[in-house]
Every structure is written in structure tokens, then in C-alpha cells.
Design a protein around this ligand. Structure first.
Ligand code: NAP
Length: 257
């Protein structure tokens, strides 16, 4: 894990209560990082992640966040600052993972403005402004990892609005890498393929036909599991990965090659 000092690094992962964020938090803690996760509604699940990390001797905290509520982000940044000082004895973060997200499945013709706005607020506007508000709290030499989706590279009917937001996150990643370079902060974007989580109503996990279809289009012959991504995140935030900057990395087992 990247650290700007000899102390244990501290990472903030948005949406760490369930799914991919939960696995990222557990993997990062296993690699020696202190972890701050956020949750929107799943407080009990978030507390369970913190407990699991603490039981293994790690340090973790959970904070409430609705990343799509832009006006709440200043107060959230204040809460992060307080948690860093109180629980970690630090005044800055080493890593930020912009992971929180929602899935909406609707054809282009039927996508409503409300669905579009919900996706935009969480995925694009949320990532943009949360990162902006947290900039003073990210240490020079730190890391930012944004989470996109394979759907920003290949097309799958029903995800036009969602993939449009992820495409924006990928462009934003390159601009952030450029503008934060003088502070030696790297910024990359990880694009997972389809993973079995609650995402989008748990369709990849619970719809056997969809699961089979995706497995058949994946070189490694199965859909992804959360730990496939948690491990990659720990790798991308490790000190040895520090020369990777401004890049899109896909972790999909080779989907739609
Ligand atoms: P998930 O299992 O549904 O978990 C979503 C997480 O995001 C939860 O921790 C949730 O918090 C949080 N969240 C949702 N809306 C939020 C909001 N408005 N503000 C703050 N937090 C919010 O989904 P996942 O599969 O782990 O997805 C994580 C990321 O990976 C997303 O960005 C998604 O687009 C991306 N992704 C997923 C897949 C896939 O197939 N699963 C593939 C490619 C990319 P609460 O539980 O507290 O509500």
C-alpha cells in the first residue's frame, strides 16, 4: 500500500459496506492499511466490515455518505478530517477509492431524466466533487483510484446512461492525473467486468441465464467475484505500482475480448 511516510497508509473507500468496496477494504487492511469506508444506508454491514478488520488487528472506521448529495460533501470532508485525527492520529489520507455506485438497467429509449440524474449524481458529479473536496486531505504522493466498468469499453443494451457516466469518470481520471501530477498524486481508473454483487438488483449473481451468458463471453469462463477486484485494488495501490498513472485497467477475466 502506498504510504507517504513510514506509518501505515490510510485509505478511504466510498461504498465499502457491501460488494466490491467491502472486498477492497478487507484486502487493503490485510496489506496493512488503515481503512475508512463509507455507507449510505447499510450501517450494520459497514459496522461488520470495521469489526472484521479490527478483529484481525487492523484499524478501520465507517462514515455515512450520500456521494450524490453534493451539498453534504463539505461536512463529510470535515468528518473525515476528524476521524483521521481521532482514530488514526493522522491529518491526511494516502489513498482515495471512488467506488460507491448504483446500477440502473433501462433501454436508451426508456431512460427517464430521474434515472439519468441519479446515475450522474452518484457516479460522475459525486466522484468529481468528492475528490475536489477531499484534495486538501490527500497527502502529496498519494493515490486516487476511480472505479469505472467494462461497459465503458463494450456495449450491452440497457446501460447507455450508466456507461455514459463511467465514460466520464474515465476521462476525468486522465485530467486528474495531469493536474495532480505536480503533487505526485497518481490517478488511475479500474474497470471491473460483471461481478456477483447486489449491484443492479443482483442480476449477475441471481439471474442464471445472464450469469451463463457472461461466463460464455469471458476468456476465463466465469463471471467475477468481489475478491477478484479487492485483490486488484490492493495491487494497484501498492508502492510497487506507483509508476502507473492516468491509466485505465480492466479486470474482467477477459470479457468480450
Ligand atoms: P453494490 O454491491 O450494490 O454496493 C454499492 C455500494 O455503494 C454500497 O456500499 C452502497 O452503500 C454504496 N452506495 C450506493 N449509492 C450510494 C450513494 N449515493 N452514496 C454513497 N454510497 C452509495 O455494488 P458493487 O457491485 O459493489 O459496485 C461498486 C462499484 O463497482 C460501482 O461504482 C459500480 O458501478 C462498479 N461496478 C460494478 C460491477 C458489478 O458487476 N458489480 C461491474 C463494474 C463496475 P449502502 O450499502 O450503504 O447503500
Amino acid at each position: 500500500m502506498s504510504s507517504t511516510s513510514k506509518r501505515s497508509p490510510v485509505a478511504l473507500i466510498t461504498g465499502g459496506s457491501r460488494g466490491l468496496g467491502r472486498s477492497m477494504a478487507l484486502h487493503l487492511a490485510d496489506h496493512g492499511a488503515g481503512v475508512v469506508i463509507t455507507y449510505r444506508g447499510a450501517a450494520a454491514e459497514a459496522a461488520d466490515v470495521v469489526k472484521q478488520i479490527e478483529e484481525k488487528g487492523g484499524k478501520a472506521a465507517a462514515l455515512a455518505l450520500d456521494v450524490g448529495d453534493i451539498r453534504s460533501l463539505d461536512a463529510f470532508a470535515g468528518a473525515v478530517k476528524a476521524e483521521l485525527a481521532g482514530r488514526f492520529g493522522r491529518d491526511q489520507l494516502d489513498c482515495l477509492v471512488n467506488n460507491a455506485g448504483i446500477g440502473v438497467h433501462a433501454s436508451f429509449a426508456e431512460t427517464t431524466e430521474e434515472q439519468f440524474d441519479a446515475l450522474m449524481n452518484v457516479h460522475l458529479k459525486g466522484t468529481f466533487f468528492l475528490t475536489q473536496k477531499l484534495l486538501p486531505l490527500i497527502a502529496d504522493g498519494g493515490r486516487i483510484l476511480n472505479i469505472s466498468s467494462g461497459l465503458a469499453r463494450f456495449t450491452f443494451a440497457g446501460y447507455a446512461a450508466y456507461a455514459t457516466m463511467k465514460g466520464g469518470v474515465e476521462v476525468l481520471t486522465r485530467y486528474l492525473a495531469k493536474e495532480l501530477g505536480p503533487r505526485k498524486i497518481t490517478v488511475n481508473v479500474l474497470a471491473p467486468g460483471a461481478i456477483e454483487t447486489d449491484f443492479g438488483g443482483g442480476a449477475v449473481r441471481d439471474n442464471a441465464e445472464l450469469n451463463r451468458m457472461i461466463a460464455g463471453q469471458t476468456a476465463l469462463g466465469r463471471v467475477g467475484l468481489p475478491d477478484d477486484i479487492g485483490g486488484v485494488v490492493a495491487l494497484l495501490l501498492a508502492p510497487e505500482s506507483g509508476w502507473i498513472n492516468g491509466q485505465r485497467i480492466e479486470a474482467s477475466g477477459g470479457m468480450f475480448l
